[in-house]
Ligand binder design. Structure first.
Ligand code: ZN
Length: 376
C-alpha cells in the first residue's frame, strides 16, 4: 500500500493509482467473512488454492470492484478538487465482468483479456470455458473506463520474431475491442521484429488511433508507400505469410498453434516465400533504391526465420544422438554466424538482443530463449 498524497508530491502529474491485487492469481485470496461479503454467489466458477487446500469458488470481480469503488470514493473525499482515478485489473479470477458491482466513474478497469492474436482463446481459469473475448464484452457492458491490456503469448512465434502476422484476425480483434467499449490499449508484448512483423505494428497503431478505419485499406496504403512499384508483389508476400500463420495456428487447439512451428516453417514453405520476394525484387529493379532496400530488409527476416528454425530442427536431432560425425552441430554454428551477419547488416530488422545475449546483443546465442511459444 502507498499514500496517494506522497505519490502526488513525488509526481504531481500522476492521476491514476493502482489498487489491484498481486499477480499470483490462483492462490492466497482472503476468505474472511468480510471479504466474502463482497463476492457474488452467481459469479463465474473458478478454482482456488490455499496452503494444503484447493476449492471451487466464485470469481472475485465483484469483490475487486467493490474494493476499487471504496478506494475511489475515499480519493474523491480526500482530494475533492482533483480528478483522480483508481486502476483495477480484471485479471486472474476477476476476469469475468462483475455480476452486481458497477465500477464508479473514477475507476479504470485494466482488462487482461488475452484475445489479441488468439481470438478464440478460452480463459483457462473459467470452469465454464468462457473465452477472453466474451469476458471482455461483459466488462464493456458495465463500464466506459475500460483499458484493454492483452498478454499476447507467442502463438506462432510472435515473441521469437517469426512472421506471426494474423492481419485480418487483428483487424477483427481490434474492432471487437472498440465495439465493446475500450478507452485504450497497452500490450504485453509487442517486440520490435520489424522485418518479420512490420505490417502488424503499422496496422495496430493505425487502428488504435482510429478503429473505424478500414483495416485492409490501411494495409494497401502501407504496401503502396513502403514498396512503390513492388506493392502488389509485397502484398502477395505478406498475404502468403498471413496464410501460413493461420494454417499453423489452425482451429484444433483454440488459442494455441496446432503445429510445431519449427517443423512448420520448412524449406518448401519458405522457398515459396522467397520466390514471392524475388518477384517483388524484379519489379523494384529500376525504381528508387529505397524500395529494393526495404525488400532486402524483409528478406533478412525471412532468412532469420529459416536459419533459426533449421537450427532448432538440427539441435533436436543432435540432442537425440543423431549426429555421429558432428556435421549437424557444425551446421548449427554456421547458421549462427549467418544470423550474426544479418544482425550486423540489418540492426533494426529484429530485436536481436532476444537472440544474442546482453543489452547490446553482442554475446553468444542465448539458450532457452529461442523459439518456445509462451503460454501466459
Ligand atoms: Zn478478508
Amino acid at each position: 500500500m502507498y499514500d496517494v498524497e506522497e505519490k502526488i508530491e513525488e509526481n504531481p502529474n500522476q492521476i491514476v493509482f493502482n489498487a489491484s491485487p498481486g499477480d499470483s492469481w490462483q492462490r492466497g485470496h482472503c476468505i474472511c467473512e468480510d471479504c466474502r461479503e463482497w463476492d457474488h454467489p452467481d459469479g463465474d466458477r473458478r478454482r482456488y488454492s490455499w496452503e494444503g487446500l484447493s476449492q471451487t469458488y466464485v470469481a472475485l470481480s465483484d469483490r475487486d470492484v467493490t474494493f476499487a469503488n471504496k478506494v475511489a470514493r475515499g480519493l474523491k473525499e480526500r482530494f475533492p478538487d482533483r480528478d483522480l482515478y483508481v486502476y483495477m485489473y480484471a485479471y486472474g479470477n476477476s476476469r469475468p465482468a462483475p455480476v452486481a458491482a458497477v465500477p464508479d466513474d473514477n475507476v479504470i478497469i485494466g482488462n487482461v483479456a488475452n484475445f489479441l492474436l488468439r481470438s478464440d482463446l478460452p480463459d483457462r481459469g473459467s470452469l465454464a470455458g468462457k473465452t477472453h473475448r466474451e469476458q471482455f464484452a461483459g466488462w464493456g457492458e458495465v463500464t466506459k473506463n475500460h483499458f484493454w491490456r492483452p498478454n499476447t503469448g507467442s502463438p506462432v512465434g510472435w515473441q521469437t520474431g517469426f512472421p506471426d502476422v494474423p492481419l485480418q484476425r487483428t483487424i477483427d480483434d481490434l474492432k471487437f475491442a472498440a465495439e465493446n467499449g475500450w478507452m485504450g490499449i497497452y500490450i504485453d508484448y509487442v517486440r520490435e521484429f520489424w522485418s518479420t512483423q512490420g505490417p502488424m505494428y503499422y496496422l495496430m497503431a493505425q487502428l488504435t488511433w482510429n478503429p473505424q478505419q478500414d483495416g485492409q485499406e490501411i494495409l494497401s496504403d502501407y504496401y503502396q508507400r513502403a514498396f512503390g512499384p513492388a506493392a502488389e508483389e509485397m502484398e502477395a508476400y505478406w498475404s502468403y505469410m498471413e496464410e501460413l500463420r493461420e494454417e499453423c495456428y489452425g482451429d484444433e487447439k483454440p488459442g494455441y498453434s496446432d503445429h510445431d512451428l519449427v517443423e512448420f516453417y520448412n524449406e518448401q514453405r519458405l522457398d515459396h516465400a522467397v520466390a514471392l520476394l524475388n518477384q517483388a525484387g524484379k519489379k523494384a529493379v529500376d525504381g528508387p533504391e529505397i524500395y529494393r532496400r526495404r525488400i532486402d530488409f524483409v528478406r533478412a527476416g525471412l532468412d532469420f526465420t529459416r536459419l533459426l528454425t533449421e537450427c532448432a530442427r538440427l539441435m533436436k536431432s543432435v540432442n537425440d544422438g543423431e549426429d555421429e560425425d558432428g556435421a549437424k552441430r557444425e551446421k548449427v554454428l554456421e547458421n549462427w554466424e549467418k544470423i550474426r551477419r544479418l544482425q550486423q547488416k540489418y540492426p533494426s530488422a529484429m530485436r536481436w538482443r532476444n537472440i544474442f545475449d546482453g543489452f547490446r546483443g553482442s554475446g553468444p546465442p542465448r539458450l532457452g530463449s529461442a523459439y518456445y511459444p509462451g503460454d501466459n
